[in-house]
Structure formats: structure tokens, C-alpha cells
Design a protein around this ligand. Structure first.
Ligand SMILES: [Cu+2]
Length: 339
């Protein structure tokens, strides 16, 4: 039904169309690369993340209870007064709740368990030797507690005295030693109480303060949104990919100090890799001499470290878990170094 001549003409036509398509697709790719290069928010890196949430084009967070940019540099020093013996008293009210549902990632609603309505809970900060008084109120439907890392009496450890719904408890202890610590609920099953969000950072400053720096807190966590004992999302400071959409602005030549804590449930390890730079690493922050000068630190649950670095060159630098699965499921962010 087709003549050989007609077949030849068709073949040439197909080849021509093919070449045009190939050339235009090359042009489109070049354009895309150009767009990516000028896109200050680095979007487009995650176009093929499969069943993992793809945040490109989304706002990054619709939550009110999880505000990574606000959380990053907010330190709570408590209600301060001075005791007759001269000791500084810092009082904090902490309200545990487990009834809220929050959008932890665009379109993903999850039953969050919170201290003071946020994930992570407020960063508590004091100076070595201060007396800390925590008023815990349990507004939830499960028993909860607060277990602080650091040195304190056994009855202040938050393990045996679980606070029932509607109950209250006062924890009191001295801030020691200086360093980077954390707090979390310690009620069984522990993995349930931690994975739902009952944790926060606790910083004890040395009496002689550390050098001036742009200070920030980073809590590495995850969410098991389908309750199968494995995380579906990984984040730093509560929202997957948040700092890819909202890079953390820092100044060239200025010392940056990151208080980095790992609370990740279910997975054995987590880590932090910095691009284009190395940092001085102070494990647990309990010594003023660094333990390492590196761009990689790996931590198990409960481990923490202070990271100090200064960028010499302006531009965008990623930081992320050097565990590809975590990075691709949300644990990726960006520093924007400005002149
Ligand atoms: Cu709890």
C-alpha cells in the first residue's frame, strides 16, 4: 500500500522531526540549567524524588506550630530573678500536649505531641550555676514527663515520676555542666513519645561566655507518618526541605555557631555535612577545645555537638545529612553567605 518512495520521504521526515526535537530539548535543558543557576532558592533539585514529597513549588510550610526560621535563632532564658544567696533563678512553664494535628509538610497532616505547641519544643538556655525551675503541665491525654540531660538529683530525672493528664510537676536543678544538652519526654513507650515530637534543646553557657557569633539551633528529627516504625520524613528544625526554600542568611567573615542535636527516632544514626567549608567540632560542647576540624559529623540519638565556622566566600552552600535517603526525604538545607 506504501510505495518505496513514500517510505523514504516518511523516513526523512521522521529523522528531521527527531533532530528538531533533540535540538529544542537541548536548548530547553540549557535554559533549565540557567534558571537553576539563578534560582536563589535552589528549587528543581528534587524533581524526581518519587513517592517522597516533592516540595518544589510549595511554600515549604503551612504550619503555625512549626516555624523553622523563628526557631533557628530563638533562645528562651526564662523568667529571671535573683535568690537571696545571689544565684540566678530561671523559671519556665512547659505545657505538654498530644491532641494537635499539624501540617508537618505540605499536604501531610500528623498528630504531633508538643511542648508549648511547637516541634521542637522551646530552646531552654541558662548559664552554668543558675537554678532552673521547670513548671510542667500535662494538657494531653497520655502521661508525660521531662527528662533533662545534664547533672541533677535522681528525683529530678523525669523517668519514674510520670505526670498524668491534667497533672503538674516542678523540676528543679542547677544548670551543669556547661555544654549542649537536650530534654525529652521519658514515658514508655519512649519511641512513641519521642517520635511524635516531645523534645527540645537545652543549652548551658559557660560562665566565661563563648566568643561572639551568629548563633543558631539545629535539631535533627524525623516523622513516621504511617506508623510503621520507619521515618517517612527527615528534617532539621521540623519541616522537610524548609531551609532549601528559605536559605539561612549568614555573613561572610562572621563566626557562625550551630548548636546541633540529634533526636532522630528509629534510625541508628544521623549526620551533618557542610559544603564549601569545614567546622570546628565541640562534642557535647563541654570543652572549649575543639575535638575535630571536619565537614562531617555522625551522631546517634541523643548525641549533640557545637559547630563553629566562618565562610570566606559569598554564595549558596548546602548542608545536609550525608545519608542520601535522609537528604532526599527532607534533611537538606542551604546557607546563603552574603557580603
Ligand atoms: Cu510523653
Amino acid at each position: 500500500m506504501f510505495s518505496p518512495k513514500l517510505l523514504l520521504i516518511s523516513a526523512i521526515a521522521v529523522a528531521l522531526v527527531g533532530s528538531i526535537l533533540a535540538i529544542s530539548s537541548l536548548y530547553a535543558n540549557a535554559q533549565n540549567d540557567e534558571e537553576k543557576a539563578v534560582n536563589s532558592r535552589g528549587m528543581g533539585y528534587y524533581q524526581t524524588t518519587g513517592d517522597v514529597l516533592d516540595p518544589a513549588g510549595s511554600s515549604g510550610s503551612a504550619s503555625t506550630g512549626i516555624e523553622p526560621m523563628k526557631y533557628l535563632r530563638t533562645f528562651n532564658y526564662g523568667r529571671v530573678s535573683t535568690l537571696p544567696n545571689g544565684t540566678t533563678l530561671r523559671e519556665f512553664t512547659m505545657i505538654a500536649d498530644d491532641r494537635q494535628t499539624m501540617e508537618i509538610s505540605p499536604g501531610v497532616h500528623y498528630n504531633v505531641w508538643t511542648f508549648n505547641g511547637t516541634i521542637p519544643g522551646p530552646t531552654i538556655r541558662a548559664t552554668e550555676g543558675d537554678l532552673i525551675r521547670i513548671h510542667l503541665i500535662n494538657n494531653g491525654t497520655h502521661p508525660h514527663s521531662m527528662h533533662f540531660h545534664g547533672i541533677h538529683r535522681a528525683e529530678m530525672d523525669g523517668v519514674f515520676e510520670t505526670i498524668n493528664p491534667g497533672g503538674q510537676f516542678i523540676y528543679e536543678f542547677y544548670a551543669e555542666p556547661y555544654g549542649l544538652h537536650l530534654y525529652h519526654c521519658h514515658v514508655q513507650p519512649l519511641e512513641e513519645h519521642i517520635s511524635h515530637g516531645l523534645y527540645g534543646v537545652y543549652i548551658v553557657d559557660p560562665k566565661t561566655p563563648r566568643p561572639d557569633a551568629d548563633e543558631m539551633v539545629m535539631m535533627m528529627n524525623g516523622y513516621d507518618t504511617d506508623s510503621d516504625g520507619e521515618n517517612n520524613f527527615y528534617t532539621v528544625n521540623g519541616v522537610p526541605f524548609y531551609y532549601m526554600h528559605h536559605p539561612i542568611e549568614i555573613e561572610k567573615g562572621r563566626l557562625v555557631r550551630v548548636y546541633l542535636v540529634n533526636i532522630l527516632e528509629f534510625d541508628q544514626i544521623n549526620n551533618f555535612h557542610l559544603h564549601g567549608n569545614l567546622y570546628h567540632l565541640y562534642r557535647t560542647g563541654t570543652d572549649m577545645e575543639p575535638d575535630d576540624y571536619t565537614d562531617m559529623v555522625t551522631m546517634s540519638q541523643g548525641e549533640r555537638a557545637i559547630l563553629e565556622f566562618t565562610y570566606q566566600y559569598p554564595g549558596q552552600y548546602m548542608f545536609h545529612a550525608h545519608k542520601t535517603e535522609f537528604a532526599e526525604k527532607g534533611w537538606t538545607g542551604m546557607f546563603l553567605v552574603k557580603e
